[in-house]
Design a protein around this ligand. Sequence first.
Ligand code: ACM
Ligand code: ZN
Length: 494
Amino acid sequence: MTEYSIIPRPASVCCLTGSFECPGIPNIAFDSVSDFNNEARVFADQMRDFGQMAGSAVIKLIKDDMPLEAYRLKIDADGVSIRAATGAGAYHGLQTLRQLILSCYDNGVLKIPCGVIEDYPRFPWRGYMLDCSRNFFSTNFIKRMIDALSLHHVNIFHWHLTDDQGWRLPVNGLPKLTETGAFRREYRHEDRLTGGFYTEDDIRDIVTFAAARHIDVVPEIDFPGHASAILAAYPSLGCTGGPYHVEDRFGVFHDVLCAGNDAVFDFAASVFDSVVRLFPSQFVHIGGDEVPSTRWAKCPKCGQRVAKLGLSNHAGLQSWMTSRFASMLKEYGKTVLAWDEVLENTEKFPLPENLIVMSWRGREGGSKAALMGHRVIMTPNNEGCYLDYKNADELEEPGRLSVNTLFQSWSLNLIGQNLNNDAAQFVLGGQGNLWTELIYAGKIAEYMTFPRICALAEAFWSNDKSKNFEEFKLRLAVHQARLDKLGILQYREI
Ligand code: ACM
Ligand code: ZN
């Protein structure tokens, strides 16, 4: 298995004698009847960035009958072939081949040992979240990250676009969201602003780039908490009316969207209109995390709402808002995700049917939701999924709040013991999250992401019957040299 040192670990690897040798990087067979020309084109771009093309067409992409996303990569002395049923399968096969090329190309010669890799994913949702609100990241950086994620068969880019520290999405009819809401005071320079937003063209560019790599871009609009940037732009949407500012501290803030103000739903309608127009994904994440009800409890409009709805407490307003946001998006045929807080105070307004729960405060919320028959994504902060935590408990390491070692990420088991087989079927997969309060540069984001995402990708993709950390580390040493060749800055265990 370590022979090829592929990450995530393939379902099966069979080594044969001999090797495939090629001066330079082999060309890929384009052919007018191929179903996989789009995948071939992306692969050719990836190779062009890396080395010389040799010119003779030796990589064949063949459509075959097999499960979705599965592939069969065969390396023969006289050529390389990839069989798959879908573009996603072909792309995953090409990324495994890309890994081999990155580690078997030396001095202008490629030499890959012969063998057969048969592979398919364990979970359909293999996600990575980047917080682009706390700090703003360029489209070029995001594309580079997406490309590197796809090397590991990650297939979801969860784009955290709004939070207290900045709103990044252009919305028709709400210009102040990006004029005012996209900029905060620089933490370290009181007189300077920092931030930015993505134009519609930027967003389309990223979505298209990701789709070509079989990554679905799932936007997150965080409602009704983490709303300081919204309130700074449109103060009438808060309970007190302000004044508010785009936050330059981090934490959880009392000012949230006013649940008693109908204009909040007009606002949400405009936002969702942009979201639906710009993001073809079936999924929209509506946030829902860390929503204090302190302002609601003192607000006359929220008080009237509580009375009218017959709620027993103000906190219950969140479940009502969640239901409304979910039904607005359902009109567009979207499937809604939210953080696990939406499971709380749902006596009067139960969790909307079909809502997918993203379990971050450990796996408890996800387990509870799965037992209720809701689909869930596991991204427990205490089990290796929070990439903003330090790699090691050392002053020298960047990160905050806690420590998340490579071993923890590698050990993640998405199906905990408390889930029976029926409930386990509702676990769609997992996700690594990079919150960026302290990550003000793309290079630091890379360092926090790699190689922990490699370990997580293995937990999402590979079957863990014979998990062995020492064996993983042997493969990882080869793999980190590949990431070096891609110019990715990464943490290394000493
Ligand atoms: C979260 O970490 N607040 C979802
Ligand atoms: Zn209010």
